[in-house]
Design a protein around this ligand. Sequence first.
Ligand SMILES: [Fe+2]
Length: 283
Amino acid sequence: MKSLFNDLGVGVGLRPPHYAEIKEQKPKSISWVEVISENFMAWKDSPMAGAQENLLQIRKDFPVFLHGVSLSVGSVDVLDKNYLERLKQLVDMVQPAMVSDHLCWTGVGGENLHDLLPIPYTTEALNLISQKIDQVQNFLGRRILIENASTYLEYQASEMSEWEFLSQLLAKADCGLLLDINNVYVSSVNHGFDPKTYLSHLPIDRIGQIHLAGHSTMDGYLVDTHDHPVCESVWELYRWWNNEFGPVSTMIERDGNIPVWAELESEVQRITEVRSEKKLRLG
Ligand SMILES: [Fe+2]
C-alpha cells in the first residue's frame, strides 16, 4: 500500500548545543532536522525573533519538521485558539516538511501541566480527539502527525488496546502517525505487552516519521527521559520494523545529557546503517 508520506531519510532533533555545527558543517549524515515548535513560536512578551532567525538560516540547508508539545488534543478543553494562531504563523514562516504533536492531554481548565498525560482508549475519547485533530488540520490547511506517547498507567475505562485506538484514530481523523519506537518499548515493559504485536497492527501507509530515543529505569518502571543513547532492545525493534515494513523518515531524539555532536552523529549514522541492511539484502 502506498504511504501518504514520503521517506525523507535520516534526521535529528536539533537542540541549541548543536546549532553551530549544523549551521557551519551542514553534516551529510542528516537530511532534515526536527525542532520543538514552542521554542520558536512568538509570544506576546517575547517575539522569538532571534530564535526564528536561527531556524530560518538552518531551513536554507535542511527541511524542518515542527514537533509540538502543547496541542493537548486529549483534553476536554476546547483547542487554544491563540496557540493555534501562533503555530500557524510559524508553519507559514518555516514551511515545514512535517508538523506533529502527541496523543495526550497536557492540561485542563486553561492550565498547562507541561506533561504528556495518558488518555483512556474509549469510543468517546476517539470521537473527541478525532474532531480536534480535524479542526487543527483544517486550521493549518495540512495533514499532521500524532505521536504515541509513553504511558505509566492504564485506565480501567479503556475499551480497546492502544494500537487499536491509534489505528481507528488515524483513519477517522485522516492524519498520520509519528511512531516513537522507544515509547512503544517503554510502554510494553511498563504494561506487559508484546511490542511487535503493537507495531504490526499499525496502518503502515499512515506512518510519516519515526522517533528513536533513550529512556531511564526508575522504581521498576521505564521512563521516557531522552537522556541516554537508544538501547539495544529498541535498535533491535527498529531493525525488525524496518525489515518488515520498509524505510520511513527516522531521527534520534535527545533532550538530556546531550552529548557533543560527533557522539550524537554516530547514533544518527546507525539509523542509516540499519536502513541500508534491507537494501543490501534486496540488492
Ligand atoms: Fe518521541
